[in-house]
Design a binder for this molecule. Structure first.
Ligand code: ADP
Ligand code: TYD
Length: 223
């Protein structure tokens, strides 16, 4: 059978993103989430691409070092996030989804609205222009938001690792980042799963197990 350019050869994969303030517990869960997803999707011969932002491509990883370490104007920071994102979409995310792979990204555009928008004060209007320009209509199919009081997140991070430029920000900054994330979730409730990240690691893992059924992953039924 031949396929016209308008008819995709395979059903596109799904795009899942993880978000939350630093120290909320995202990294603790993302690898296990990807492993379980891989096992479930192997039954239908689908691959899972695990990636991250800033990063995801060689150029994106080089930009990551700059944005996490170097002081720069707010607009420069936002533009570099979106420049890396364009590269990530063109080289990794869109080709993967088109061949039927699923993509799990540790952060995506909601982080720019939360950090450069909520945290640093760049307007939603400017960010929305960049979002449309860089992504067109592409949005994650599902975003898992780890929501946590910044005081608890800071206590978890204290001594855990050397803080980068963002992790050295104030409690007030992270309160604004958290609020901006929650506003994004309220604006698109069908896309977001908000996890109360103050729970134990096991309780959060149990909540994440419920997400696989929602995504239609084989072998996972709604409970
Ligand atoms: P993030 O990736 O969101 O910045 P991490 O997953 O690296 O956060 O977690 C930050 C710290 O908090 C780590 O030391 C981790 O072991 C710990 N941690 C993660 N989840 C929990 C939890 N639910 N309860 C208590 N501590 C946690
Ligand atoms: P992350 O990779 O989650 O850090 P770590 O692995 O150390 O937990 O994210 C790096 C930082 O980049 C994080 O503080 C959030 C910030 N960030 C933005 O400010 N804007 C963005 O658009 C993205 C994707 C990340």
């Amino acid at each position: 059978m031949t396929h016209s350019p308008e008819t995709p050869a395979v059903t596109p994969g799904k795009f899942v993103t993880f978000e939350g303030i630093d120290g909320a517990g995202k990294s603790t869960h993302v690898n296990a989430f990807v492993d379980t997803l891989r096992q479930g999707l192997a039954a239908v011969e689908r691959n899972v691409v695990a990636t991250r932002e800033p990063g995801g491509t060689p150029l994106g990883e080089a930009l990551r070092k700059l944005v996490l370490d170097e002081p720069m104007a707010l607009e420069t920071e936002a533009l570099l996030m979106f420049a890396g994102r364009r590269e990530h979409l063109v080289k990794v995310i869109e080709p993967a989804l088109a061949r039927g792979d699923w993509v799990v990204s540790d952060r995506f555009t909601d982080a720019t609205f939360a950090y450069q928008g909520g945290g640093r004060g760049l307007s939603d209007e400017k960010l929305t222009i960049l979002e449309r320009w860089v992504q067109g209509t592409r949005q994650p199919d599902l975003t898992i938001l780890f929501d946590l009081d910044p005081a608890i997140a800071a206590a978890r991070l204290a001594g855990a690792r050397a803080p980068d430029k963002f992790e050295r920000e104030s409690a007030a900054f992270f309160t604004r980042v958290r609020e901006a994330y929650l506003r994004r979730a309220e604006a698109s409730p069908e896309r977001f799963v908000v996890i109360d990240a103050a729970q134990s690691i096991d309780a959060i893992a149990a909540k994440l197990a419920g997400v696989f059924a929602r995504l239609g992953v084989p072998g996972h039924v709604a409970r």
